[in-house]
Write a protein that binds this ligand. Structure first.
Ligand code: MN
Length: 273
């Protein structure tokens, strides 16, 4: 049985978001509580045209408080927190531009289009929407799962990377990794293995459960660990659109270079313990 088979209540989803708590995040997490296909998500411990121009503008990089989910309809595409070429050590500028300006923008636009006729849903945050898929009218459920997930996952993804990233985490996140995986190297191997073995399109994640125990997970399509009541700490997009221009079929090389741009400050913020 998939670890994502257990649906969670709206209250659990809101608690994951910090909604209603004094410590509600300024830039909060979304939640996806949905019933995944049996093989779409599991615990693992074991496409585009050429853009005409790139922005070379140097964006100021500031870690965000903790990635977004109180946003409501109409959803807007969050800006990249750095220039398209800022992650060039691991991800080329063209991939970043297409990924953000077309793929992420596309999920955002399709999410809005799906929700537009459903005025009763416009007051629900993205976290409430994807955290309670079963409560949605059937005709929008899949669109919210796919495009709401796409909107949210990519909103998480950009700040998890940084041109000044890499290295290892410190503080309570480092302690938790050592506690739950034995060492950073063992965690890294587990996460890399998960990312390399997602079949088809999906993500690999480091996620924390309600007891703050860490897990490595993988998800299909745009599903998110919060489906299982776990909050995402670090994620890697292994859809081909995330790496194919630079790496083609060499996904393992992309994964290996990804470690050089991981923004551990953001991951610590996401862990929040
Ligand atoms: Mn993507």
């Amino acid at each position: 049985m998939s670890v994502f088979d257990n649906p969670h209540s709206r209250r659990d989803a809101l608690r994951m978001l910090g909604v209603g708590a004094a410590s509600a995040l300024a830039f909060p997490m979304a939640s996806a509580c949905q019933k995944a296909d049996d093989n779409t998500q599991s615990a693992v411990n074991d496409k585009a045209e050429t853009p005409s121009s790139f922005s070379r503008e140097v964006a100021r990089f500031q870690p965000v408080k903790a990635p977004m989910a109180e946003a409501t309809f109409p959803f807007s595409l969050p800006p990249l927190p750095y220039a398209f070429d800022a992650l060039d050590a691991a991800i080329d500028a063209m991939t970043m531009e297409i990924h953000h300006d077309r793929h992420h923008a596309g999920y955002t636009k399709k999410l809005n289009a799906a929700l537009e006729p459903h005025a009763k849903l416009h007051s629900r945050s993205i976290g409430e929407l994807i955290g309670n898929l079963g409560a949605l009218p059937e005709e929008v459920r899949l669109a919210v799962r796919n495009n709401g997930g796409g909107f949210y996952n990519h909103s998480l993804f950009w700040p998890m990377m940084s041109p000044s990233g890499g290295g290892q985490p410190s503080g309570s996140l480092a302690d938790a990794i050592n506690r739950d995986f034995g060492s950073f190297d063992e965690f890294r191997a587990s996460f890399s293995q998960a990312a390399a073995t997602v079949f088809g399109s999906g993500w690999a994640w480091l996620a924390a459960d309600k007891a703050n125990k860490l897990h490595v997970l993988k998800s299909a399509n745009q599903d998110n660990p919060l489906t299982n009541g776990q909050r995402p700490i670090l994620g890697i997009d292994v859809w081909e659109h995330a790496y194919y221009l630079k790496y083609q079929n060499k996904r393992k090389e992309y994964i290996n270079n990804f470690w050089d741009i991981v923004n551990w400050d953001q991951c610590s913020e996401n862990f929040g313990a």
